[in-house]
Design a protein around this ligand. Structure first.
Ligand code: TMP
Length: 212
């Protein structure tokens, strides 16, 4: 497959619990796509490099305390500050592989008890992913994988709630991949699914917005 200037890139989002393997799968996928000659970039949210991202990072590492609504809106603002760059890249033909997006925003905040519709509202108008790869793992299995780290949300009971709330967000753009399989098997499935979607976008699939 050669990159074609006329066609747009695909917006591919990875979601899943902490330690579901998103970061390693995203890395492997990007190397693979680069090897095929695609224009591709790896993004992640939260993007801790911006000033909003630094506030989020301080919160996640327990260096600051914030009201649940406030941190929710900061996560959303962190996506909004990248929105126009995202659109420019996609239209220029670059595929974006994104580690977490609005679904994390809603699943984590609703797991704390915030209202579902309230949580979705600030995400409306962001670019809708062409594909959401959900790496499906039980919270118990994820915890066994070297254990959770020290960040705020990395606790079994909380991850159980997040897992339940993720399920409410599933729509037709989602593909569920069993993340308990060996890494190489997960990787193989992910590559196949993603390539199909990149081709659909090159053929003119229209870019749309959340949450319609
Ligand atoms: P990370 O480990 O992928 O960098 O994500 C940091 C944590 O932030 C992770 O526990 C998920 C959580 N999170 C939210 O609560 N809301 C969001 O919008 C995003 C992107 C992540």
């Amino acid at each position: 497959l050669s990159a074609n200037n006329e066609s747009r890139g695909a917006l591919v989002v990875f979601e899943g619990l902490d330690r579901s393997g998103k970061t390693s799968q995203c890395g492997r996928l990007v190397s693979y796509l680069e090897g095929l000659g695609h224009s591709v970039e790896l993004w992640r949210f939260p993007d801790r490099t911006t000033s909003v991202g630094q506030m989020i990072s301080a919160y996640l590492t327990n260096k600051s305390q914030l009201d649940d609504h406030t941190i929710h809106l900061l996560f959303s603002a962190n996506r909004w500050e990248k929105r126009s760059m995202m659109e420019t890249k996609l239209k220029a033909g670059t595929t974006l592989i994104v580690d977490r997006y609005s679904y994390s925003g809603v699943a984590f905040s609703t797991a704390k008890g915030l209202d579902f519709e309230w949580c979705k509202a600030p995400e409306i108008g962001l670019i809708a992913p062409d594909l959401v790869v959900y790496l499906d793992i039980t919270p118990e299995k994820a915890a066994e994988r070297g254990g959770y780290g020290g960040e705020r949300y990395e606790q079994l009971e909380f991850q159980r709630k997040v897992s339940q709330h993720y399920k409410l967000l599933k729509d037709s753009s989602w593909k569920i991949v069993d993340a308990c399989q060996p890494l190489d098997d997960v990787e193989k499935q992910v590559k196949e699914i993603v390539l199909q979607h990149i081709i659909a976008c090159q053929k003119g699939k229209i870019l749309s917005s959340l949450w319609s």
